[in-house]
Ligand binder design. Structure first.
Ligand code: FRU
Length: 476
């Protein structure tokens, strides 16, 4: 049996043993085992294909395969066979992250990082080419097409990864994350045929101990670059693993980038390795690993047989120098039964609709002109709830009352900016078993939350007085 056949046979034989308690319904989720980064995200004219970093045999990270889903609407995902296994000498220690671009014939060109080991057991990371024909991935016989030796002196062999493939008028560019003895950076290589590559230099300096998973996109007439950070320490956020972005333009024939100071792409702690694709209408859609290297997904310890998931897909636009994100429109078509509450809430009169919002979208519109603060509680049972409190231009998520929050190194509180406009605020919040995603004012905040209680109630409270309208839809 090949490594691929082995992985697929294992999944078929064991996937029914996965514990469903915290499994999401309308997020992309692997049948079993561990996942991290989204990989090779592209649209083939009919389907969105999304691959992912995958270890099927346990709920922890180990030798990386590429799992595979496809979807027509970005909400309903179909599991497909595992697409790559670490079965070649140059990727025997893992098929790490990479990207894909459609080949115009229903398939896609893929660049990914092949990891192997030297005699001392240390990682060697090199870039590899593969082709996806719509069903299977075939690795190039020329791999690694970007051997580590092509880099000038000073680079680190174990930190050269996560190629982002770009098409240009004269061929191709690849932007990789790289560690150097002096600093860290994104580097650029160019090629005419995808097979022979030339080192072009530093695409952009980075602020992280090591950048990961860079993405470079054209958006609304400009270029946006983002990357994920390892051990970030700086003024932007207290999250040690944020994704940061800059808006600007490429220079020198797409080999260098200059842009605005960095901003954070998501204000939550469980959003990493963002990757995007161009959608059916040319729109830009991003998806993220919904977890973090800074915390542990509790389902591993609970013995549930799976760990990690993807966020909802998000449509991106620019508003000035700011990246704004909305949930993929197909989520509205997935709305089922609605419960609505419209009332004035104050300290003595909360809104407490009778709902079971376990797989749900919660929309809250509120006039807060006479309120000091407003709190939306979700995942509510007994003393447990995730609280979203708006006060003084900030929306703060607090998951500290949840049974599993404090035991996994997860930060319990996080905030995003949210100014009232004409005295009103408006939130869209998705709850999907263990997932909470907040969309407000074009910003997003992503947090995992594992309540022990099964209630999944909703309530709205205010200090002062607020007129609220609450819609809760079940998502099917
Ligand atoms: C980011 C990352 C990538 C790497 C992959 C390995 O989460 O560390 O840099 O390619 O995960 O699974």
């Amino acid at each position: 049996m090949t490594m691929l056949e082995q992985a697929n046979a294992y999944i078929a034989a064991h996937k029914d043993q996965v514990n469903p308690r915290y499994r999401p319904r309308f997020h992309a989720i692997q049948p079993i085992g561990w996942i991290n980064d989204p990989n090779g995200f592209h649209f083939d004219g009919e389907y969105y294909h999304l691959f992912y970093q995958h270890y099927p045999y346990a709920a922890h990270w180990d030798s990386m395969h590429w799992g595979h889903w496809r979807s027509r609407d970005l909400v309903h995902w179909e599991d497909l066979p595992v697409a790559m296994a670490p079965d070649c000498p140059y990727d025997a220690a893992g098929c790490f992250s990479g990207t894909a671009l459609p080949d115009g014939m229903g398939g896609a060109h893929i660049l990914y990082t092949g990891v192997s080991r030297d005699e001392q057991g240390r990682d060697i990371q090199q870039q590899c080419l593969a082709h996806f024909d719509g069903k299977t991935i075939v690795k190039s016989a020329l791999n690694p097409v970007m051997p580590f030796a092509m880099l000038p002196e000073g680079y680190k062999r174990h930190d050269f990864r996560d190629p982002c493939l770009l098409k240009t008028a004269d061929g191709w560019r690849a932007i990789m994350a790289a560690g150097h003895r002096d600093d860290t950076r994104l580097v650029c290589c160019s090629s005419r045929d995808l097979e022979t590559w030339t080192y072009e230099g530093v695409f952009m300096p980075t602020v992280s101990k090591m950048p990961e998973c860079p993405d470079v996109i054209d958006l609304d007439g400009r270029t946006v670059v983002w990357y994920s950070c390892v051990d970030y320490e700086g003024p932007l956020t207290v999250n040690p693993r944020p994704v940061v972005y800059s808006v600007g333009e490429t220079k020198d024939n797409t080999t260098r980038f200059e842009g605005t100071p960095l901003s954070v792409l998501d204000h939550g702690t469980d959003c990493y390795a963002t990757q995007s694709c161009k959608g059916a209408e040319g729109q830009r859609i991003a998806i993220n690993w919904m977890a973090s290297w800074a915390s542990k997904f509790p389902t591993e310890k609970l013995g549930h047989g799976w760990s990690g998931m993807m966020t909802l897909p998000r449509v991106m636009h620019l508003k000035g120098d700011r990246l704004v994100q909305q949930p993929a429109p197909a989520l509205e078509a997935a709305r089922g039964n609605a419960v609505t509450a419209a009332q004035t809430v104050d300290a003595d009169h909360p809104a407490e609709p009778e709902v079971y919002a376990r797989h749900a979208e919660i929309q809250l519109e509120a006039d807060v002109s006479d309120a000091e603060s407003l709190t939306l509680e979700i995942m509510r049972t007994g003393d447990e709830a995730v609280r979203l409190t708006w006060a003084e231009g900030l929306l703060t998520l607090d998951r500290s009352t949840l049974a599993l929050s404090s035991v996994n190194g997860m930060a319990c509180r996080m905030s995003m900016p949210l100014e009232a406009e004409d005295g009103r605020i408006s939130l869209r919040v998705y709850v999907d078993a263990c997932a909470v995603e907040v969309f407000a004012g074009g910003e997003t905040m992503t947090a995992l939350a594992f309540p022990e209680g099964e209630g999944y109630g909703v309530a709205v409270k205010a200090a002062g007085q607020a007129d609220v309208r609450l819609n809760v839809w079940e998502i099917n």
